[in-house]
Design a protein around this ligand. Structure first.
Ligand SMILES: Nc1ncnc2c1ncn2[C@@H]1O[C@H](COP(=O)(O)OP(=O)(O)OP(=O)(O)O)[C@@H](O)[C@H]1O
Ligand SMILES: [Mg+2]
Length: 250
């Protein structure tokens, strides 16, 4: 049996806003090469946990490790350079620019930030532009590469977000509700894309669509009121009575 390698790990992570503890002593480990979903009702603290893992927020207590490195005090830029990429909302891309330009910018930025270890998968591409083009192709965005982002359908905007994330040449990808607001057809497309990324990346996904979570996840952690309430594979989670009542209505 191959040993499971922990790629990212939080140890008793806590975050308060005013008197409100929204992430409460969360310990969670993410295994290299797996898709690990975070389920939980609105306000459970899922996005705040992402913000802590990327260091967009500073934890009040606890520690975060990336591989064998302690990143508890790292900046968001350092975390990104170390290979953790987050699919930001469309508001962080340049709406007036074309799809192609946005992906190019991400690839050049990643290279500039980390010139000596533009590594692994990315090392196969001698130039950032080659990596960017591969990301466009991979997400089937060449068909709209010259369109300004502001003209894209919502589904294509989501694919662009993922493409921009890949252009950062990450190891670990964090997706926050990748199918939120999409039509059934668009959801199916994004789901297919995420499935295709599974073999190559460690993926952490917040998603309310339980069907997608069950179909794609290797591991699932359920949060409620800032705390981890369940963890396991899809079958364990489906069989968990509390989770079943909350999510499956029985
Ligand atoms: N910057 C902030 N300042 C104050 N309170 C915040 C802040 N960010 C989040 N919260 C509160 O923390 C709690 C957890 O929010 P969070 O966004 O992490 O939940 P979530 O699980 O991602 O929910 P959703 O499924 O609706 O996205 C909520 O009560 C929210 O109002
Ligand atoms: Mg959220």
């Amino acid at each position: 049996m191959t040993e499971r390698q922990i790629v990212l790990q939080a140890d008793r992570l806590s975050k308060r806003f005013g008197g409100n503890t929204v992430v409460n002593q969360v310990s969670i480990s993410f295994t290299r090469g797996r898709l690990h979903s975070i389920l939980g009702p609105n306000g459970a603290g899922k996005t705040t946990l992402f913000n802590l893992l990327t260091k967009d927020l500073t934890p009040d207590a606890g520690a975060i490790r990336l591989g064998d490195r302690d990143i508890t005090s790292a900046t968001p830029d350092q975390v990104a350079m170390l290979g953790v990429a987050r699919s930001y909302q469309i508001s962080s891309v340049f709406l007036e620019m074309s799809v192609r330009e946005n992906v190019w910018i991400a690839a050049y930025r990643a290279r500039r930030g980390n010139p000596f270890s533009f590594w692994r998968r990315a090392a196969a591409f001698s130039q950032p532009i080659d990596l960017a083009n591969a990301c466009l192709q991979r997400l089937d965005l060449l068909r709209i590469a010259d369109a300004p982002v502001k003209e894209l359908s919502y589904g294509d905007q989501r694919l662009l977000e993922i493409s921009v994330t890949l252009a950062c040449a990450p190891d670990v990808i964090l997706l926050d509700e990748p199918t939120a607001g999409l039509s059934g057809k668009e959801t199916a497309r994004v789901k297919q894309v995420i499935r295709s990324l599974k073999d190559e990346f460690s993926i952490i996904m917040i998603e309310h669509n339980v069907g997608i979570v069950m179909d794609l996840s290797d591991e699932i952690t359920v949060m409620n009121r800032g705390a981890v309430v369940a963890h396991g594979g899809p079958d364990d989670i489906r069989a968990n009575r509390d989770v079943r009542e909350a999510y499956f209505g029985r």
